[in-house]
Design a protein around this ligand. Structure first.
Ligand SMILES: O=C[C@H](O)[C@H](O)[C@H](O)COP(=O)(O)O
Length: 225
């Protein structure tokens, strides 16, 4: 069973005619986009805001109508993947380097749905290194500042060169022993000059759809209390 496909397709049940959708990035939400493309060919009328150049390209290939984030104040729903999702609905994102646009899009969404396979559902975050997007200028200095939070930051490389995001920035992957206080780490990181955004999504996810290798799909709803 393809657990990512199960989760990705299941989330599309939340999509209704006329919605403006945030379109996430990655190999799980890929299946949501494929399903969305099928439904659009059958008459579903939605518009999407892509969270990366990859998703923009894929959406165009699938015939998903797109609008730019600049023309939208609010989105009805965003569907996106995650690298880790915890039992208290906190996330690490950015394994594919799309975290900045993903966070911007999620922040204006009335509902934020995460699609993952069961291996990513954890009791506490931190096994996956936390991606942090930083500007290229003086990146070593920014890394040094980040390391004072008690982690080991490592510049992400691709083909023997630094990985460059859609926004022309670098990514550093930060290895923590354990992320104790997610809210504090999120805020402290974003206060460091040179940090653009980090991959901790605190109190943002409303629904987590978990695909299992046994063919089961589990949908968890965050209590608003
Ligand atoms: O930057 C990438 C995104 O945050 C992805 O949504 C995340 O890395 C999960 O991707 P995948 O579903 O491919 O594991």
């Amino acid at each position: 069973m393809n657990a990512k496909k199960l989760a990705g397709e299941k989330a599309i049940e939340y999509v209704k005619d006329g919605m403006h959708l945030g379109l996430g990035t990655g190999s799980t939400v890929y299946w949501s986009l494929v399903k969305l493309g099928e439904l659009i060919r059958k008459g579903l009328d939605i518009k999407g805001v892509p969270t990366s150049k990859n998703t923009e390209k894929l959406s165009m290939e699938l015939g998903i109508p797109l609008v730019s984030l600049s023309s939208i104040n609010e989105l009805d729903l965003t569907i996106d993947g995650a690298d880790e999702a915890s039992t208290n609905f906190e996330l690490i994102k950015g394994g594919g380097g799309a975290l900045l646009r993903e966070k911007m899009v999620a922040s204006i969404s009335k509902r934020f749905i995460i699609v993952i396979d069961e291996t990513k559902y954890v009791t506490s975050l931190g096994q996956f290194p936390l991606p942090v997007e930083i500007v290229q200028f003086g990146w070593e200095v920014t890394c040094n500042q980040i390391s004072k939070l008690g982690c080991k930051p490592k510049l992400r490389m691709e083909n023997n060169a630094p990985f460059i995001t859609d926004n022309k920035n670098y990514i550093v992957d930060c290895y923590f022993e354990k992320i104790q206080d997610t809210k504090e780490v999120n805020n402290t990181l974003n206060m460091i000059p040179g940090v653009v955004e980090n991959g901790l999504f605190v109190k943002m996810a409303d629904v987590i759809v978990i695909g299992g290798s046994n063919g089961n799909v589990n949908t968890l709803l965050r209590s608003k209390l």
